[in-house]
Design a binder for this molecule. Structure first.
Ligand SMILES: Cc1cc2nc3c(=O)[nH]c(=O)nc-3n(C[C@H](O)[C@H](O)[C@H](O)COP(=O)(O)O)c2cc1C
Length: 443
């Protein structure tokens, strides 16, 4: 069935589910990319009982199969699988969510390593191509630090449609992190609590992985997020070691002083300590540039917590401006527990990410943009699930946006979906480029 450019046809099929005695809606959309399963009827955010959900999934599959019979006369069956998001929700998420959270995370890394996860099929949308610290990016949506801590799969992650990937946090020496369990899903809240505590295989293994990937003609933007060992007596020395080690190979570097799971780490955000640390890491970066063949000064960013008060944020803005820090990532996870959390796991110790973080982290991002007068490039991260939320971060002052928790809930189709929605938002408001919208809510 030929579909003219710019048009799409929606077909809704209602099928009686067998196991749960419910009705299942399947909405297909036909456009020039083919036929995609656009929506299906059950609320995938509710995993109240594994058995019930399994029954629902089976029903869902049955309903989709039945619906296919109605709508595929003129469409190639293979095109159904265009929507990785729906496939994840339908098949992979129920299986992954039956596993303990950390095991599911390892399984997903393994699947990506083996190439078992289909890459993004959507073409890049021209309006999303952008630049950060002089680096060109196909789109402003990146994967935040903590998913690929040891830089095992940067290529596979870029292949999911991310404009850039931040690997790490990597510590100088290998360390196991905190005892398990240390990762908890708050399904009812669309959130996660983690207290990993920088489990890392250390600089050497990380560096080998990154080198191997680059040597295999890996292209795409990869940032390296560096941290300190738990038992280190000299935090600044650990960060300096990370900067020295990766300044020549990272597209950008992040000094992570905001993870809540390493004792004393966030104290590095205080004015006196941050000033000292900033001077030390900038010197290490500049020394590395002077010794390199091309003299490239690797962009150096700091990553801050959402739990800072106004005066701490003022200090950080001042230090960033005075020392010409290349950018700030706002924010890491929060130690706060916003009212209204429903999931029992909310009482776990650790950093909270996901939906409940969106509002406080976006507010802090906006404050930071105001305090720096828009003169320090910002990366907004915290609770982004949709393109509209990414757009809100950009309007508040983010030049780029990162996600993590929504990847857990929405699966490998998350980045392309957010990109498509973001492009729609920009176009609807008459912007020709992402950079035109940065900080627009302050004007
Ligand atoms: C399981 C998990 C591990 C994380 N590990 C790191 C880390 O090692 N370094 C870091 O800077 N941030 C880490 N983060 C924080 C994320 O990079 C991000 O700042 C935070 O989760 C907020 O974004 P989100 O709401 O989209 O997840 C981690 C987050 C999660 C959920």
């Amino acid at each position: 069935m030929p579909v003219p450019a710019g048009t799409s046809l929606s077909i809704q099929v209602r099928a009686k589910a067998v196991l749960t005695n419910d009705f299942q809606h399947v909405l297909f959309r036909l456009n020039r990319n083919g036929l995609v399963v656009w929506r299906s009827g059950y609320d995938t955010a509710r995993y109240e009982s594994p058995l019930k959900n399994l029954a629902r999934r089976l029903d869902q599959l049955g309903a989709i199969a039945l619906a296919l019979l109605y709508v595929t006369q003129d469409c190639r069956l293979a095109q159904i699988w265009n929507s990785t998001l729906e496939i994840y929700r339908t098949f992979a998420a129920p299986i992954l969510f039956l596993l303990p959270a950390e095991a599911a995370h390892r399984l997903s890394i393994w699947a990506l390593k083996l190439g078992l996860v289909p890459g993004a099929r959507q073409k890049q949308v021209g309006i999303l191509a952008t630049e950060f610290c002089g680096l060109p990016l196909p789109n402003p949506i990146g994967l935040a630090a903590g998913y690929d801590k040891d830089c095992e799969i940067p290529g596979a992650l870029l292949g999911l449609g991310f404009g850039f990937v931040e690997a790490g946090t990597v510590t100088p020496r290998p360390q196991p992190g905190n005892p398990k369990p240390r990762l908890f899903r708050l399904v009812e809240d669309g959130a996660v609590i983690n207290r990993f505590g920088f489990n890392s295989r250390g600089h050497d293994e990380f560096s080998n992985n990154l080198d191997d990937w680059r040597a295999s003609n890996g292209t795409g933007l990869v940032g390296v997020n560096v941290g300190k060992n738990k038992d280190s007596e000299d935090a600044a020395a650990d960060y300096v070691a990370g900067v020295r080690r990766f300044a020549g190979v990272a597209d950008y570097l992040v000094v992570n002083i905001s993870s809540p799971n390493t004792p004393g780490l966030r104290d590095l955000q205080s004015k006196a300590r941050l000033e000292k640390l900033t001077v030390a890491v900038i010197k290490a970066r500049d020394d590395a540039a002077a010794k390199s063949d091309d003299g490239r000064r690797c962009p150096l960013l700091i990553k801050i917590a959402p739990d800072l008060d106004e005066s701490a944020l003022e200090d950080i803005a001042e230090i960033a401006l005075q020392n010409s820090i290349d950018g700030i990532i706002a924010t890491n996870t929060t130690v706060a527990r916003p009212p209204g959390l429903r999931d029992a796991a909310a009482s776990e110790t650790g950093g909270l990410s996901g939906r409940p973080l969106f509002e406080p982290s976006t507010r802090l991002l906006g404050d930071l943009y105001r305090l720096t007068g828009g003169n320090v490039p910002l990366i907004g991260v915290g609770g982004v699930f949709t393109g509209r939320q990414a757009y809100e971060k950009i309007l508040a002052g983010a030049s780029l946006v990162q996600i993590y928790t929504s990847l857990i809930y929405r699966g490998p189709g998350a980045a392309p979906r957010i990109c498509a929605e973001l492009a729609e938002c920009l176009i609807a408001d008459g912007y020709a480029a992402v950079s035109d919208a940065v900080g627009a809510s302050h004007r």
